[in-house]
Design a protein around this ligand. Structure first.
Ligand SMILES: *[C@@H]1O[C@H](CO)[C@@H](O)[C@H](O)[C@H]1NC(C)=O
Ligand SMILES: *[C@@H]1O[C@H](CO)[C@@H](O)[C@H](O)[C@H]1NC(C)=O
Ligand SMILES: *[C@@H]1O[C@H](CO)[C@@H](O)[C@H](O)[C@H]1NC(C)=O
Ligand SMILES: *[C@@H]1O[C@H](CO)[C@@H](O)[C@H](O)[C@H]1NC(C)=O
Ligand SMILES: *[C@@H]1O[C@H](CO)[C@@H](O)[C@H](O)[C@H]1NC(C)=O
Ligand SMILES: *[C@@H]1O[C@H](CO)[C@@H](O)[C@H](O)[C@H]1NC(C)=O
Ligand SMILES: *[C@@H]1O[C@H](CO)[C@@H](O)[C@H](O)[C@H]1NC(C)=O
Length: 660
């Protein structure tokens, strides 16, 4: 074991040398935790203990002798509960083997100390016992401690769940063990730990040789999901536009990060997830102010996170780039929360081959979250499999009904797929065949056949009399860029620039090219444009609900499911220069949910090969499908995906180069 930073920081805020009898100097002091390396694995020890042993003289002497091998600092040990009246070597072995499978924090060095706690029902005549003499040699146990319900046992001031911990020999204090992970794909802004006060603090830890700050995760063994906390122990990363008490919100802009002090409140949407038991491990990168940016030449202020798929040098899409990059890169991260205004969840889910959703508009409260356009902003979550995703969705989107019967109508928009797969069956081995095979499986599962529609054509023939233009493309051409730019200029850009200029002698802060061109577009629009575009959005929303997907359906919530391809394995290399960013005008499938306020949920269904100019080999990129349903039918879709996973039509994706 090697000891790293002692993590002690002392900050003298105010010392008045000239007037020694003035009020006492204010000293701000807090411990920031320690880092250490155990069996070559880096760990973080939080500043505050979680419990303490009350040792008698004899145990204290044994502890002190073991402490010598650990610089008298911290002894790694494990809390091992058992309900067996007689705890034996084989029971310990079973426990250790299951821990190794379940947990990425535990390693065998934590068997240096073993604290056996009896949690069973004591037999009136037989005292519980522990028989581990041969195991002590086998597992290298130097310190065997028994809980106080064994004869001669010791007491902990607070009972602890099973798993690895550190013991401070001089005081008997016990600290949680957090493992440090390297953020190789640069998905995080920084790691965080709880501040012990309902808020969080930036993690003060770095792994030797790493390019970026480390992220700390607690042992998975500490947590057991319950009905009240179904998300217990799930590790969460958070797009850096959500406020968290004690932390900066940077929104992907360095000047913005510096200008604003740490937040004094946690966004209700985040608090809900924490209340469900999630463990916040870090803030993750967003493209600037949640606008669309393509890696890497749009990303001036922050370096774009890496997409692990394919050759590892593909754009991870935006704006929830860090969250998608992290979940697709790391087994140690379970979920990450992003936002979606015009595709910021769906694009990254597609590019990184993850489960990721844009919920119905209004599904989560976005108070204390940086706005792009409140009329279209939503909060979504990434996952590696449908069931975990559904569990988060059910807990988070609490005001929806969980329908568990599914629509019998699958809408297949030929104009979006580019053709009818019935009239022109795709050739085997093509991406279209991957899409079609999936739809055939879905048809089988739902016991139905697809209904082909042409959305462009349908609008031409059924558009409302008051539509401002004859085609969707003309009617909605600038609805999206007008709303996001007008809203964000008023709500974010203007107040930010004014506050920055007030303390920087009138200087402008640096803004990346993509948000800048959008803001400039908004500033140049004539008065009244916002109302016009809101009316166009309302026209579309109503037309879509009456003519395409109908809601308020008994038993299935939505009358149909509408499919479209989200990604088709097209490479977008991050070392390609793409030219200056433009205004996101036009109409495409991705805009439907933004305007109609319906859920748009992306699921990975396959992979497509490409020849990588970087590796010189055939690599694979995700093929993903988007599912739309009627507004507020999100939980029906989550249930459908969980059922499709049971039927092995959807599969868990793994991290790294390949999905499956
Ligand atoms: C006692 O501990 C064992 C081993 O961790 C666990 O499986 C069991 O659920 C625990 N029993 C109680 C009552 O907590
Ligand atoms: C929190 O900060 C906001 C603005 O940043 C301020 O208006 C509010 O008074 C603060 N609340 C507390 C409890 O400090
Ligand atoms: C959900 O319902 C609760 C309780 O009725 C309410 O307080 C909350 O505002 C609702 N949230 C949303 C996002 O509508
Ligand atoms: C969809 O309808 C539009 C407008 O009628 C037409 O131009 C287009 O070719 C159709 N697309 C397909 C794939 O049939
Ligand atoms: C859509 O808007 C863009 C940006 O203002 C403009 O350049 C383009 O000509 C418009 N297209 C249509 C079909 O109106
Ligand atoms: C058209 O009418 C609908 C329903 O009355 C309304 O919601 C929408 O805003 C109107 N659209 C325009 C462009 O005036
Ligand atoms: C890769 O390149 C080879 C040789 O040029 C070609 O035959 C093959 O079709 C290419 N594969 C893909 C997926 O583009």
């Amino acid at each position: 074991m090697t000891l790293g930073s002692m993590g002690l920081s002392v900050k003298v805020v105010c010392l008045i040398f000239a007037t020694p009898f003035a009020a006492a100097a204010q000293v701000s002091f807090h411990l920031t935790g320690k880092t250490l390396v155990l069996n070559s694995i880096p760990y973080f020890v939080p500043p505050l203990p979680i419990s303490a042993f009350e040792f008698d003289t004899k145990s204290a002497a044994i502890v002190a002798s073991v402490a010598k091998s650990f610089a008298n600092e911290l002894i790694p040990f494990s809390v091992v509960p058992t309900s067996a009246t007689k705890f034996t070597e084989s029971a310990l072995e079973t426990t250790v083997n299951s821990w190794k499978v379940q947990d990425d924090v535990f390693n065998e060095a934590f068997l240096t100390g073993v604290f056996v706690t009896f949690n069973g029902t004591a037999h009136p005549h037989v005292a519980p016992s522990v028989s581990l003499s041969s195991a002590q040699t086998k597992f290298g146990i130097d310190l065997l401690l028994l809980s106080s319900n064994y004869p001669g046992g010791v007491t902990l001031t607070k009972a602890l769940p099973s798993g690895p911990y550190f013991l401070k020999p001089s005081t008997g204090e016990v600290f949680e063990a957090l493992r440090l992970f390297n953020d190789e794909n640069q998905a995080f802004v920084y790691g965080v730990i709880p501040d012990g006060n309902g808020g969080f603090r930036e993690l003060n830890a770095h792994i030797e040789g790493a390019a970026t700050p480390a992220v700390a995760v607690p042992s998975r063994l500490y947590f057991t999901p319950t009905a009240e906390k179904p998300l217990a122990g799930k590790r969460l990363g958070l797009k850096d536009i959500y406020d968290v008490k004690g932390l900066h919100t940077g929104c992907g802009n360095r000047a913005f990060f510096q200008l604003n002090p740490p937040k004094n409140a946690t966004a209700p949407a985040v608090q809900r997830l924490l209340d469900g038991g999630m463990i916040l491990v870090g803030k993750m990168k967003t493209s600037q102010f949640a606008n669309g940016e393509t890696a890497t030449d749009d990303w001036i202020d922050l370096h774009a996170p890496y997409n692990p798929r394919g050759d590892g040098y593909q754009d991870a899409s935006s704006s929830s780039t860090g969250p998608a990059s992290g979940v697709s890169s790391y087994d140690w991260l379970d979920h990450a929360v992003g936002s979606d205004t015009g595709g910021s969840m769906r694009g990254p889910a597609g590019a990184c081959g993850l489960y990721g959703n844009r919920p119905s508009h209004g599904a989560v409260d976005l108070t204390d979250v940086m706005p792009l356009s409140p009329e279209m902003d939503t909060g979504g979550v990434f996952a590696k499999n449908a069931k975990d995703w559904a569990t988060v969705g059910h807990f988070w989107y609490q005001n929806m009904t969980s329908f568990s019967k599914f629509p019998k109508k699958i809408l297949f928009p030929v104009d979006i797929f580019g053709t009818s797969f019935l009239a022109n069956p795709p050739k085997a081995g093509t991406v279209d065949a991957t899409l079609n095979d999936f739809i055939v499986q879905l048809e089988g599962f739902l016991g139905t056949k697809r209904t082909e529609i042409n959305v462009t054509d349908l609008f031409l023939h059924t558009r409302p009399a008051n539509a401002s233009a004859p085609t969707l493309r003309e009617m909605l051409n600038i609805t999206y860029p007008a709303l996001i730019s007008l809203d964000q200029v008023a709500l974010v850009a203007d107040p930010f620039i004014a506050a920055y200029q007030a303390i920087h002698d009138g200087r402008m802060p640096f803004i990346n090219p993509a948000p800048l061109v959008r803001w400039d577009f908004g500033r140049a629009l004539p008065p009244g444009q916002k109302d016009k575009e809101l009316a166009n959005k309302a026209t579309f929303m109503q037309w879509f609900a009456e003519n395409v997907i109908k809601g308020d359906v008994l038993e299935t919530c939505s009358d149909s499911i509408f499919l479209y391809p989200q990604t088709t394995g097209e490479p977008v290399p991050r070392n390609q220069y793409i030219g200056p960013p433009g205004v996101p005008a036009g109409f495409s499938a991705g805009r439907i949910s933004s305007f109609a306020e319906v859920p748009d949920m992306v699921v990975p269904i396959g992979e497509a090969p490409f020849n990588s100019s970087i590796t010189g080999k055939t690599e694979f990129l995700p093929v993903t499908m988007s599912f739309l349903a009627a507004k507020n039918c999100d939980l029906m879709l989550f249930n459908l995906f969980a059922a499709l996973e049971d039927a092995q039509i959807l599969k868990t994706v793994v991290t790294g180069t390949r999905l499956f």
